[in-house]
Design a protein around this ligand. Structure first.
Ligand code: A2P
Length: 294
C-alpha cells in the first residue's frame, strides 16, 4: 500500500506515480509493468505522449487489476471544446483499455483559445457527473488561468500538475492551488526533463546540486530519492519518469526515511525561478498535434 493523498472530492490518489512523458511507446509497457511489480499504483500519461495504449498493455502484462491502478491522463489542446473533449475521453479510455479513468486533466491552459479550454473543462465536469472519471483537473495552469477557469466553471479542479523541482518551484502557483483547495502535482519532480535536442543545454541539473548531494549522503540515499522525498514531505504528488528498471525501483524507495526541517528548508532555498519546460502563456505549433483515434 503506497501513501495516498485525498483529493478535494474525497478520492484517494497514490502520492507517487510513474511518469511516461518521453517514454518511447516501445519501452512504455515494460516500464509500467516494472513499476507495478515494484509497487507503484499510479501512472500518469497523456494523449499527446502517444503511449496511452502501451500504458494499458503494461498494466495487463503486470497482471494487476486495472481498477487497482490510479490512471491519470491528459486531454490535448487540439481536442479542446465540449464535444471534442467528450470524444477525447472515449479515445483515451479505448486506448488504455478501461471504461473509467481515475483522473482526467487538461494538458495546457492554451490562452490563445481559452473559450475552448473552458468548454473542454465543462466536458470534464460532465464526465465527472456521469461517473466516467473519478476526478478532474488541469496542468500547467498559472494563477490567472485558475482564476478565470473558476469564474466560468462550477467544479474546483482536484489537481494542477505543474513543472516543479527545486530549481523551479513556482511558489506563486503553489499558493494559488492551496488557496483554491487544489492539489499540486509535480512534473519533472527531479528536474530531469530535457525537452528537445538543444533545449536548455545551459541549464543546471538539480541532481548535481552540492546541497542535494550532501543531504543524500547524510541519509545514504541518492539525490533523486532526496528530491522525491522533498516533494512528498511537502504534501505534493510527484510523477518521476524513468524507463530504466533500476531507477524506477530507486524512485519508489522513498518512504523509509525523513528529511529534517533544516534539510527541507535548504532545498526550498534552491529556487532559481527559471523554467526547464515551456511557458504555459505561450501558444505553440504543437497545439495542432492531432490525437489519433487508435
Ligand atoms: P531514464 O528514463 O533513463 O531513467 P523527471 O521526471 O524529473 O523529468 O526526470 C526524468 C529524467 O530523469 C529522465 O531523463 C530519466 O531518465 C532520468 N531519471 C529518472 N530517475 C532517475 C534517477 N533516479 N536518477 C537519475 N536520473 C533519473
Amino acid at each position: 500500500m503506497t501513501p495516498e493523498l485525498v483529493l478535494n472530492n474525497g478520492v484517494a490518489m497514490p502520492a507517487l506515480g510513474l511518469g511516461v512523458f518521453q517514454s518511447p511507446p516501445e519501452e512504455t509497457a515494460a516500464a509500467v509493468e516494472t513499476a507495478l511489480k515494484v509497487g507503484y499504483r499510479h501512472v500518469d500519461t497523456a494523449a499527446a505522449y502517444g503511449n496511452e495504449r502501451q500504458v494499458g498493455e503494461g498494466i495487463r502484462r503486470a497482471g494487476v487489476d486495472p481498477a487497482d491502478v490510479f490512471i491519470e491522463t491528459k486531454v490535448w489542446v487540439s481536442d479542446y471544446g465540449y464535444d471534442e473533449t467528450l470524444h477525447a475521453f472515449d479515445k483515451a479510455a479505448r486506448k488504455i483499455g478501461v471504461d473509467r479513468l481515475d483522473l482526467l486533466i487538461l494538458h495546457q491552459p492554451a490562452p490563445d483559445r481559452f473559450d475552448r479550454t473552458v468548454a473542454a473543462y465543462q466536458a470534464l465536469e460532465k464526465l465527472l457527473a456521469d461517473g466516467a472519471v473519478r476526478a478532474i483537473g488541469v496542468s500547467n495552469f498559472m494563477r490567472h488561468h485558475l482564476d478565470e477557469l473558476r469564474r466560468r466553471t462550477e467544479i474546483v479542479p482536484s489537481v494542477n500538475q505543474i513543472e516543479l523541482h527545486p530549481y523551479f518551484s513556482q511558489p506563486d502557483v503553489q499558493k494559488a492551488d492551496a488557496e483554491l483547495g487544489i492539489l499540486t502535482q509535480a512534473w519533472s519532480p527531479i528536474g530531469g526533463i530535457t525537452f528537445y535536442p538543444g533545449w536548455g543545454e545551459e541549464r543546471r541539473n538539480v541532481l548535481e546540486d552540492p546541497a542535494v548531494g550532501t543531504i543524500a549522503e547524510a541519509h545514504d540515499k541518492t539525490p533523486a530519492q532526496v528530491l522525491l522525498r522533498w516533494q512528498l514531505q511537502h504534501g505534493r504528488s510527484a510523477i518521476p519518469k524513468s524507463t530504466n528498471p533500476g531507477r524506477i525501483a530507486e524512485n519508489f524507495d522513498v518512504f523509509g526515511f525523513e528529511l529534517t526541517a533544516g534539510e527541507m528548508a535548504r532545498i526550498d532555498g534552491l529556487d532559481l525561478g527559471v523554467r526547464n519546460g515551456p511557458d504555459p502563456e505561450a501558444s505553440r505549433e504543437i497545439f495542432d498535434l492531432v490525437i489519433p483515434e487508435d
